[in-house]
Design a protein around this ligand. Structure first.
Ligand code: GLN
Length: 445
């Protein structure tokens, strides 16, 4: 693709609002300086909470208005070295907080299959860019489902790697004990290829692990008969859209027919996942977002006294959902409430982790739906934060536990909306996910 082909494609899909920043001069330069490597000439869209030198960083917030970053994230440096071209920055929920991409300062991104529906979030723009075919693949970030949920809503493949697998140097922190960067692609093989490039230890991120990165692409094929797969009964309960359950169950039957051993398992504390996730992630966010004070980054709300400057900057710079998280997070950390909310949530997080570790003694992977429903209508959950949060019920556990998880398409509902199936595996076992994903892709043909 040339620069002008790309720009005219984006213009044709303008109403989806996938991109919030494309710099033509910068793009021309990038096309002229392509490195030789496995991703040579491929266009990648980058969620606008990941630093790319030469471009602004907004996090879809007024708070970062005009902020240009002086360096590129490790993942960006690795992609460029492998030959990739950074196409531009994509839309997201402000500071990656949301499940619909409706909390963006730049307006919502819309679903690539049905424009009246939400893109999903928070990596909505990245998944829509891939769904509409504007780029070869994209990067998103996943703190509680932000790569997998919009991937599921747009019929593409989204991977959240294991905690520690991919460097987060240059990713704006939301909830540091959960955040991971992951690829959004059309196929499982592409996902394996991108992870192979971006994974690995980085001395600039103390949470990145020094463990070998296997050749994922060379090991994609493994017979179904070599796998034991767990189906957790708690993931098929109340509130699930019947067509979603049907499509995922059909995938499981196909897997069994192909020779896999399927067993029912129990993850008894699943129902506490949402509460635990929103308490801990908000606590971490309230601390991470304290740095936006009007002095160091972007927007400043007032030039009066120092107190007034802090107050006005934070009152005017943040949108309503981000303020809600900061207040929730500050509350659960405050003295008198710390033990009963934050402390308690940490203990339950540990119990949820033990549930998973126990199940992984018996199975190689777990298969579930990615979301209880297909993409909902724009505006439908905007005034009901609880309904919005509940959409993450199947995705948050992988972040609480730190394990890798992928969403991939397994059909459509009666309105033609994509249905996503989720595969989870033990930490650093992404190759199992790619192998099972390849089998599932085969069933769709
Ligand atoms: N929807 C979740 C939230 O709003 C997840 C966000 C994410 O993964 N960045 O917190």
């Amino acid at each position: 693709m040339s620069v002008s082909d790309f720009l005219s494609k984006v213009a044709l899909h303008k109403e989806y609002n996938a991109f919030i920043q494309i710099d033509e001069i910068d793009l021309n330069k990038r096309f002229e300086n392509i490195c030789d490597g496995p991703l040579k000439g491929e266009l990648v869209a980058v969620k606008d909470n990941i630093c790319v030198e030469g471009l602004n960083l907004t996090c879809a917030s007024k708070m970062l208005d005009g902020f240009k970053v002086p360096y590129s994230a490790t993942v960006i440096q690795k992609l460029e070295k492998a030959g990739a071209i950074i196409a531009g920055k994509t839309n997201l929920d402000e500071f990656a907080m949301g499940s619909s991409n409706e909390f963006s300062y730049f307006g919502p991104a819309f679903n690539s299959v049905d424009k009246s529906r939400v893109a999903g979030g928070s990596s909505g723009g990245s998944t829509v860019a891939v769904g509409c075919g504007l780029v070869d693949y994209a990067l998103g970030s996943d703190t509680g489902g932000s790569v997998r949920q919009p991937a599921s809503f747009n019929g593409v493949v989204g991977l959240k790697p294991s905690y520690g697998r991919v460097s987060r140097y240059g990713l704006v922190a939301f909830a540091s004990s959960f955040d991971q960067i992951g690829p959004i692609t059309k196929t499982v093989e592409q996902s394996a290829k991108i992870l192979g490039v971006i994974a690995g230890h980085d001395p600039l991120d103390a949470t990145s692990m020094d463990v070998p990165v296997p050749d994922y692409v060379a090991n994609l094929k493994r017979p179904a008969s070599e796998f034991t797969i767990g189906i957790p009964k708690e993931y098929f309960g109340e509130g699930i859209q019947p067509e979603v359950e049907e499509a995922v169950r059909k995938t499981i039957i196909n897997m069994e027919t192909a020779g896999a051993k399927i067993i029912e398992v129990s993850l008894p504390h699943t129902e506490y996942g949402i509460a635990v996730y929103y308490i801990i992630s908000s606590a971490e966010a309230s601390s991470n977002l304290a740095r936006y004070d009007g002095v160091r980054y972007g927007f400043r709300g007032s030039d009066e006294s120092m107190d007034e400057m802090f107050r006005q900057t934070r009152a005017k710079g943040f949108g309503s959902e981000v303020k809600r998280r900061i207040m929730l997070g500050t509350y659960v950390l405050s003295s008198g409430y710390y033990d009963s909310f934050y402390g308690q949530a940490q203990k339950v997080r540990r119990i949820i982790k033990e549930d998973y570790l126990n199940v992984f003694k018996k199975v190689d992977a777990i298969i579930t739906p990615t979301t209880p429903t297909t993409a909902f209508k724009s505006g439908e959950k905007l005034t009901d934060p609880m309904a919005m949060y509940l959409n993450d019920i199947y995705t948050v556990s992988a972040n609480l536990v730190g394990i890798p998880a992928m969403s991939l398409p397994v059909g459509n509902d009666k309105n033609g909306l994509p249905i996503g199936c989720q595969i989870m595996a033990p930490s650093f076992k992404e190759e199992t996910i790619f192998q099972l994903g390849t089998l599932i892709e085969g069933f769709q043909k």
